[in-house]
Design a protein around this ligand. Structure first.
Ligand code: ZN
Ligand code: ZN
Length: 144
């Protein structure tokens, strides 16, 4: 069949962000409203985030691995407000970083300083999680 011309891959499929598979995340990310914003409370940070409930939860638990206290999520503005004025006025826009969380994604709506802080925490948390799960695998016989 002379269909080779039609077989090239979709434009843009190989570059930029991979598509977010989680539908709930996608619709949260696409809604251009601050109503969808949640808040991650981690140590002294209050970081505004946009994601679906599930992936927000996963993101928080990974970040929580980097602290003694539990990371907490709120779906409303915390009572004390956001202490950082940069985060408070951070634009909810496509220029903010989107962090992939399994098949979902989390949009960080924070100032550049806190963006990089929370990304760092998440990456450290992922390493810790990886470490934990591989040492559990090595020492715990699986019960099947
Ligand atoms: Zn999701
Ligand atoms: Zn900030």
């Amino acid at each position: 069949m002379p269909a080779a011309d039609l077989q090239y891959s979709e434009p843009g499929a190989d570059e930029g962000h991979p598509p977010v598979q989680c539908e709930a995340c996608r619709s949260a990310l696409e809604a251009d409203s601050r109503r969808t914003i949640s808040f991650l409370l981690l140590d002294q940070f209050t970081i505004p985030l946009v994601s679906c409930e599930d992936h927000l939860e996963q993101f928080a638990s990974v970040c929580g691995l980097t602290t003694q206290d539990d990371a907490e999520t709120l779906d409303h503005r915390p009572a004390g407000g956001i202490r950082c004025p940069g985060c408070q006025h951070a634009p909810h826009s496509a220029s903010q970083p989107v962090i992939p969380v399994r098949e979902g994604a989390v949009l960080v709506v924070a100032c550049p300083e806190h963006q990089s802080k929370i990304v760092q925490r998440f990456q450290t948390g992922l390493q810790t999680q990886h470490h934990l799960s591989s040492s559990v695998d090595a020492t715990t016989p699986s019960l099947r």
